[in-house]
Write a protein that binds this ligand. Sequence first.
Ligand code: SF4
Length: 270
Amino acid sequence: MLNKRDIYTALIEVVRFYKRLDFDVLPSIPFELTAVRPHPEAAQPRLMHPVQATVVASQPKDPISPSQAAPQVIVKASKLDSNRQDLLQDIRDEIGQCTRCKLHTGRKNIVFGEGAPYARLMFIGEGPGADEDIQGRPFVGRAGKLLTSLINKMGFERQAVYIANIVKCRPPGNRDPEEDEMKGCIGFLEKQIAVINPEIIVTLGSVSTRILLKTDKRISDLRGHFHEYRGIKVMPTFHPSYLLRNSSQKWTTWNDALMVLKELGLQPLE
Ligand code: SF4
């Protein structure tokens, strides 16, 4: 049974925790304090999140947005990635100037994907948008900046994870990719996943989640739990574009990220 002093101490720790992460806005009360005891490894200097709190009813605005401070990272990209890099290059060569589906007609650049070939963590979205089409890189627009901020706040350099999409050419008008387009392109992503062999895949939004997990369930029903794709754990969460329109779900996404970190045996930066 918690007394007032325990609860007060726990809340102070929560505030300090989010403050250290440069979060602009704290989630509104109430929290459901599922445990107000320090984490068993609290003595370790890298330990974060001293209180395990689940947000059950919050209206936060902006918990994972980029902050002014330079990102601190503890998981850096390795320079010893040449073998898998070669294998990924083989897949890129196979794609060539692909005309396998109708998306090739409007694209400026193929967005293959980028990141560490030995990444422990892989993020998969549905397809490139306008900025990505121009630059030929995944998640570089507004939504991409939010994703990068999330990755950094999880303690990773962006280059230390791998980021890709279901389709590699931009669907016109940023519509969802159609079934035939995804069917034509998914094989390349499957090969990328097989080469990288991440420990965890985070699917961003309903389209990539539905395709990878072969399910029709809603993202809101799937997120917050681990699923499986060919022996790899999959955590579905909201797409950054959706988060730009629905700030309150950023905290939900952050909770998903914390579950991923825990599964990897990592903790967010202090
Ligand atoms: S989306 Fe994929 S299958 Fe379609 S043209 Fe682009 S690379 Fe080829």
